[in-house]
Design a protein. Structure first.
Length: 237
């Protein structure tokens, strides 16, 4: 059985060595890169299960690398940076990062983040709150298949990341029910990862944009309930 391969991309050799040692102790295979172009090359060649990605790298920064990876893959990306500002976190999340760790970091915490993000990529898992055993929801021109991890709306398939799919499944499984950001956070991200409320908004916006693009002019399937959260519309045309 193939062990999960973790790609560590950082231009500081001491960081790469530290993470490679600890990830190896946890039973993972490790690949490394020290600049942006090398990260993309190793990513394409080795096809890792998760990327630990430093933002400040020569050649191409972590934001651009994240953007390029997201064009072809939805594997977990943990951004690693010395910058500790809300704006940098939001930018990373906007580009598709799954998690964010600020230097200096606890090795134990980063290992926990790696494990948590890998667990959430299991294609067969469902959102904990969902009780629908059929794994298929169909409403009007919208359908979502939990087993196949497929979403179709207006006759067009919508390409969602892992977390976007889980978020949509959660909302669509309870049409008309308003989910608070905290409830979405607990169900989709779990309690192990620190995610700011803005991250929920970013992911909902991405899902909404992808669904709306497949059925232009038909109205949004996801509504914002100001001050409360989000809901999937009960009536779908």
């Amino acid at each position: 059985m193939r062990k999960d391969l973790i790609l560590v991309a950082d231009d500081e050799p001491s960081i790469v060595e530290l993470l490679a040692y600890n990830l190896g102790r946890e039973g993972y295979d490790v690949a490394s890169a020290s600049d942006g172009p090398e990260t993309l090359r190793v990513f394409a060649e080795r096809k890792p299960s998760l990327v630990v990605l430093d933002i400040s790298m020569p050649g191409m920064d972590g934001f651009e690398v994240c953007r390029e990876i997201r064009k072809t893959s939805d594997i977990p990306i943990i951004m690693l940076t010395a910058r500790n500002t809300e704006m940098n976190k939001v930018v990373g999340l906007e580009l598709g990062a799954d998690d964010y760790v600020t230097k200096p970091f606890s090795v134990a915490e980063l290992m926990a983040r790696v494990k948590a993000n890998l667990r959430r990529t299991d294609a067969g898992r469902g959102v904990a709150e969902v009780k629908d055993a059929s794994g298929l929801i169909t409403r009007g021109d919208f359908s979502i298949d939990r087993e196949r991890r497929e979403v179709e709306v207006g006759g067009t398939k919508a390409d969602l990341t892992t977390k976007e799919f889980d978020l949509l499944w959660l909302l669509a499984s309870r049409p008309g029910v308003v989910f608070s950001r905290q409830r979405i956070l607990d169900s989709v991200w779990g309690g192990e990862v620190c995610v700011v409320d803005r991250a929920i908004d970013v992911h909902v916006r991405h899902v909404r944009e992808k669904l709306d693009a497949a059925r232009p002019g038909s109205g949004s399937l996801i509504s914002t309930v100001r001050g409360v959260g989000y809901r999937f519309e009960e009536q779908v045309g």
